[in-house]
Ligand binder design. Structure first.
Ligand SMILES: [Zn+2]
Length: 477
């Protein structure tokens, strides 16, 4: 995600299926887990059917699969709100509005399956399955209905567009033999997902233009509706932006189709920025992980938001802020898409890497913007530190902690964006461009398709002392 800066907080698939053995609903497979989703959008709501194929790639047997129901964070009685109180008026310009997800039916092999909705804000779904041993799979069919709030959030209808993220059940991440239940958060990106394959059909009233993750494979026009089909391999998530007013600017760059969805003719120049960033990051980090890249302007509270091969870009941004958000969100295609991390417990990793990647891009294309990024980050961080010192006399400057432990969005942003950018920038200043770029390339190639921690950063960059002093809050800036 990118923040509104200057008002800175002011504001592959191995289809090698082993001999198939039917074991009480479970089959052996070595492929990735996959989502087959059919969804129909109507104003204010979306009806969906999901078939999730869970591939047990772990040395533990499971008798259930847990899913995130992120849409329930948007409910009226949610205890894990999608926005802070300070941002309520901007998030809901037409007054408070609510969403949620209703689970209508869960089946395995056409038989009703037992399920339970649980956790903070009913944000989790547990589906009981036959025992799934290592290397086996189970397919779970879930019918659901999602209500969409009138808002400028990840899930929301606004004056510009319909933001469709957080709208379908997504599998919880498996760690230490169990499914992690990561709570939603009013700030930051409360996500962690393993790479999966997606096959998605979305039906919308025909007057809408659809910006989507993935490669379009088919379009079916009926009397009043159009169904768009997409494929996306080895991805972290799937989202859409729908609008009746989009102007679409597209260009092929190498083997990637780049689309910029705008509300003005300025989209042409932002498409150029996007292609330059795609080219720069591909050359310096490694191959772009997908076949398409779409950026969609929309009413959005923050500067932007990353999904695999799709980025939201806020209509509220000024020109320079928009260029910054475009570079930042495209960098996330490497640092979240290709190589991910626990965005709830170590947000500084992908946010710091995305900020630093944007800095490197601007250093190569617009030195003034690059210098401004560093001076703004230093100034903002120092102001944060001084203010907190005066207020509490004791500032927690550690970076690796759950979103719920940050006292405010202001503290989160300064530690996860500004301080983390400065951590990579100080390394770059001390050890040089060649060493830094080699480290970024190594970090990407060694970890593609996986999730990284501080240990992998230190392995790629070296200088454990440098990174530990920043992350553990011992360095003085
Ligand atoms: Zn970000």
């Amino acid at each position: 995600m990118s923040l509104l800066k200057n008002r800175l907080l002011l504001f592959l698939c191995i289809v090698c299926v082993l001999p198939i053995v039917n074991l009480g609903g479970c089959k052996k497979s070595e492929s990735l887990s996959s989502y087959s989703l059919n969804a129909t959008y109507h104003e204010g709501a979306l009806d969906g059917k999901l078939r999730y194929k869970f591939v047990n790639r772990y040395d533990t047997a499971f008798d259930h699969v847990d899913f995130n129901l992120h849409a329930n964070a948007y409910c009226e009685n949610s205890t894990t709100k999608p926005v802070t109180d300070n941002n309520l008026a901007r998030a809901y310009p037409n007054g408070l509005s609510y969403g949620g997800i209703e689970i209508l039916k869960v089946e395995i092999l056409n038989q009703n399956a037992e399920f339970d909705i649980f956790g903070d804000s009913n944000c989790f779904l547990r589906v009981k399955t036959p025992t799934v041993y290592q290397g086996e799979t189970v397919e779970i069919d879930i019918a659901f209905k999602t209500s969409i709030p009138n808002s400028k959030l990840r899930l929301g209808e606004n004056a510009y567009a319909v933001n469709l993220a957080d709208f379908f059940p997504t599998a919880c991440y498996v760690k230490d033999g169990g499914f992690l239940q990561i709570p939603y958060s009013p700030f930051g990106d409360p996500y962690l997902s393993e790479i999966s394959d997606y096959s998605v059909n979305l039906t919308v009233p025909s007057e809408f233009t659809v910006a989507s993750c993935g490669k379009p494979t088919q379009t079916l026009v009926e009397e009043l509706t159009t169904t768009y089909s997409y494929e996306l391999k080895s991805a972290r998530d799937f989202a859409f932006v729908l609008s009746k007013d989009f102007k679409v600017f597209s260009q092929n760059h190498d083997d990637v189709t780049v689309n910029y969805y705008s509300f003005s003719d300025d989209g042409e120049s932002y498409l150029k920025t996007a292609i330059s960033a795609l080219e720069f990051f591909s050359k310096n980090f490694g191959d772009y992980p997908y076949q398409t890249l779409s950026l969609a302007e929309t009413g959005f509270l923050f500067g932007g938001m990353e999904f695999s091969s799709l980025c939201y870009i806020s209509t509220e941004l000024e020109k320079e802020e928009k260029q910054n958000a475009i570079a930042h969100e495209i960098a996330h295609q490497w640092w979240h898409g290709g190589v991910s991390n626990d965005q709830y417990n170590s947000a500084y990793i992908d946010e710091g890497l995305a900020e630093f990647s944007a800095f490197l891009f601007f250093e190569n294309s617009s030195l003034e913007l690059a210098n401004e990024m560093i001076s703004n980050a230093k100034h903002a961080y120092k102001s944060f530190f001084d203010l907190q010192s005066v207020l509490s006399g004791n500032v927690d400057t550690t970076m690796e902690r759950p979103l719920s432990t940050f006292k405010s969005e202001y503290e989160y942003a300064n530690l996860s964006y500004n301080k983390s950018l400065l951590m990579f920038y100080e390394y770059y200043s001390k050890f040089g461009k060649n060493k830094t770029l080699s480290a970024l390339k190594k970090l990407y190639s060694d970890n593609y398709g996986r999730e990284i921690t501080r240990a992998e950063i230190i392995k790629a960059f070296g200088r454990a002392d440098h990174f530990n002093s920043f992350v553990d809050g011992k360095v003085i800036i």
